[in-house]
Design a protein around this ligand. Structure first.
Ligand code: ZN
Length: 298
């Protein structure tokens, strides 16, 4: 388990041992925190037939099926595109209504549920209203503010954060991460896995240039054209922008909740379009997004 998620894992494990784990969990928190890893650990706990125990036994048939990656009582959406459609939720619902093949729990994981279309969200609501016996649904979300309140209220929400930054710093050193200067401290502390991904792909310096450029643009010290040109060359631009929006504009979520929410919606739309647009259209879409960003920051 990632060390900063260990306390949450222990609490979830303890609920499981007391048979008090709710049927729907929503693990929310920044992208790059390790929500998926935590979800997978809870899945292993729930599916182990030797339990409920503090940890999965690793030896029972169920644990072995899980390790081999094809447990019949585990479902996860295989579509990683920028939209979760209603078909995925129908599959989930069918999965839940079949009988458990190993005689234990049936567990499903749906990642980054803010990607759900309206139809998908409504279909999911039905599943949440009638939870099947022995069925557990684990949702994760980077942006729980975008979810329907009726969905959030039917789940037990776990807002994950890094409680002790020293734990992350120690982990970073043990992994062999390069020494980071002050500029990257907030990134490391709030999204350690994202920082790690950028370090591994040698992109930390490029990320720094992009973030500095965005800051200068917001302060009127860099032109739109310059900014678009530089950002267009940035690899994984949606991730860089997403981090900037959260880190730099998070205070707007209190000061201008409506404006912030609308911007997040536009941003999600841009992330979906970004993969398909080419050439000039790509630049136009980025320009439109940057105009909105500046408007929100004004
Ligand atoms: Zn087991």
């Amino acid at each position: 388990m990632l060390p900063w998620l260990e306390p949450s894992y222990q609490q979830l494990s303890s609920l499981h041992q007391r048979l008090q784990l709710p049927h729907a969990l929503l693990l929310s928190g920044r992208r790059g925190l390790g929500k998926q890893q935590l979800a997978e650990a809870v899945v292993r706990l729930l599916l182990c037939q030797a339990g409920p125990a503090e940890a999965p036994c690793g030896r029972c048939k169920s644990c072995q099926l899980q390790q081999a990656g094809h447990h019949p009582d585990f479902w996860q959406d295989t579509d990683a595109s920028e939209r979760i459609g209603v078909d995925s939720i129908r599959q989930l619902s069918r999965f839940f209504h079949e009988h458990a093949q190993q005689g234990g729990a049936r567990v499903a994981v749906l990642e980054r549920v803010e990607r759900m279309s309206e139809a998908a969200a409504n279909a999911l609501l039905k599943t949440l209203e009638e939870p099947p016996a022995g069925g557990y649904l684990i949702l994760t979300s980077d942006q729980p503010a975008l979810l329907l309140p009726t969905i959030v209220s039917r789940c037990q929400q776990w807002s994950l954060t890094v409680a002790d930054t020293k734990v992350v710093e120690l982990w970073w050193q043990q992994q062999g991460g390069q020494t980071l200067d002050k500029f990257f401290e907030p990134l490391l502390h709030s999204a350690p896995l994202e920082a790690w991904q950028w370090q591994q792909s040698g992109q930390l310096e490029q990320v720094r240039q992009s973030l500095l450029q965005l800051e200068q643009y917001l302060q009127g010290q860099a032109s739109m054209q310059q900014t678009v040109q530089l950002l267009a060359k940035t690899e994984q631009l949606p991730l860089v922008l997403s981090w900037f929006v959260r880190e730099r504009l998070a205070q707007k979520s209190n000061a201008q909740p409506q404006g912030y929410w609308q911007f997040l919606q536009r941003f999600q739309q841009w992330c979906r379009d970004e993969q398909q647009l080419l050439g000039q259209n790509k630049q136009l879409a980025l320009t439109a997004l940057l105009i909105e960003l500046k408007r929100l920051n004004a």
